[in-house]
Design a protein around this ligand. Structure first.
Ligand SMILES: Cc1ncc(COP(=O)(O)O)c(C=O)c1O
Length: 380
């Protein structure tokens, strides 16, 4: 690495721009540390309002939210669940926690998410084989939702519920409705790199009160109502702590600022890099509103004159973090035996895709450093 490089530029670091410190101290000073408390309740109410669902359940992470959503949807040992191959591993891992096996689907080029036509093929094959998948776990990748109008019509035909993995898409919308509203349940993450963070945390949203209650029950070791500890279900320790909820409330207040900044960052990349030969940015089709949580571009080396890896290493040399796009799940050793429908679209995203620094606090000057390095590698 160039020893004279300025301070490292990270991909998507946490950004505390509001009342996070005051809220955290309030939680601390009130001694509601053990671990639930008033900030958890308030965060749930405010989050549900923002997403537009009736209920929200604050959890220890997004993976826990997906795991509980699958259990509540009735996914059991031996079932199958359809999901996107182009996702972070947590999506597929949660399916295995529920004892089920993932069936992977390629992305479509428009939204980069689950291809509804291939979902229809997988569901029809399941029906013919007498074993319909129990759920479709649709992922909203890097701040952009799947095509829910088409997905919902396909899934309704087969009576298979949708669960929305909106871990990366808080603040996004589709046809005027917020991410998180499109499945029977929606799951969010507040991991350190997400658009808002509680350092680690997650949220399950739903319109059904009985499911919200069941999620809270399962997330607190499934304690039956009794003065002593009585258990008739396997439970989990998945609740969010009051301290982290306090941070989350302050972060949520500024969600729009985070989204606007990231969209501005995306636009600047598009303006400076979008016209270079071989470079494409993730599209935002009509009717979609993406948060641009991360800017991902694809680089065709034959047209650009350098590979994605060349660009990544050149950035690293200047102390700038960039990451290859998600390696599809069907190409991961642990999921090698799972069924896959299609594959060429998401395989190209992995071969050519690069996530560029996109954090809310990225300054214009820092971003221009990134842009100039990418431009300098173009050699055709
Ligand atoms: C698509 C997707 N699903 C699930 C998760 C899991 O969230 P968490 O890290 O909060 O468990 C993440 C992020 O980490 C994600 O990007």
């Amino acid at each position: 690495m160039n020893q004279n490089s300025p301070e490292r530029i990270y991909l998507s670091p946490p950004c505390m721009i509001g009342n996070e410190r005051e809220m955290l101290l309030d939680a601390f000073d009130s001694n509601w540390i053990a671990p639930l408390g008033p900030h958890v309740n308030a965060f749930e109410v405010e989050f549900a309002q923002r997403v537009g669902t009736k209920h929200a359940v604050a959890l220890s992470c997004g993976t826990a939210a997906i795991h509980l959503a699958l259990i509540i949807a009735g996914v059991e040992q031996g079932d199958t669940v359809i999901t996107s191959s182009f996702t972070f591993v947590a999506t597929a891992n949660a399916i295995t926690y529920a004892g089920a096996t993932p069936i992977f689907i390629d992305s479509e080029s428009d939204s980069w998410n689950l291809d509804p036509d291939l979902v229809a093929v997988a569901l029809e094959e399941g029906l013919q084989a007498g074993k319909l998948p129990k759920a479709v776990l649709a992922v909203d990748i890097v701040g952009q939702t799947a095509d829910y109008e088409r997905l919902q019509s396909v899934c309704a035909r087969y009576g298979v519920p949708i669960i929305e993995d909106a871990a990366e898409a808080l603040g996004a919308s589709y046809q005027g409705r917020s991410a998180g509203q499109f499945g029977e349940m929606g799951c969010f993450s507040f991991n350190g790199n997400k658009i808002i963070t509680t350092s680690g945390g997650g949220m399950l949203v739903t319109d059904r009160e009985d499911w919200a209650l069941k999620a809270r029950f399962l997330a607190t070791q499934a304690r039956d109502p009794a003065p002593h500890y009585e258990h008739s279900h396997i439970g989990y320790n998945y609740r969010m702590s009051n301290l982290l909820a306090a941070i989350g409330r302050a972060q949520l207040e500024n969600l729009n600022v985070h989204v606007e900044n990231r969209r501005a960052i995306f636009n600047r990349y598009r303006d400076h890099l979008g016209k270079l030969p071989g470079i494409e940015l993730m599209p935002e089709p009509e009717g979609w509103y993406s948060t641009r949580w991360l800017t991902i571009l694809t680089i065709d080396p034959a047209s650009f004159g350098a590979t994605t890896n060349d660009v990544r290493l050149a950035l690293e040399q200047e102390n700038i973090e960039a990451r290859p796009a998600w390696k599809p799940m069907h190409q991961q050793p642990i999921f090698a035996n799972c069924k896959m429908y299609g594959g060429s679209v998401c395989e190209r995203f992995f071969e050519q895709g690069l996530c560029l620094p996109s954090g809310t606090s990225l300054s214009e000057e820092q971003q221009m450093r990134v842009i100039e390095i990418v431009q300098s590698l173009q050699s055709t």
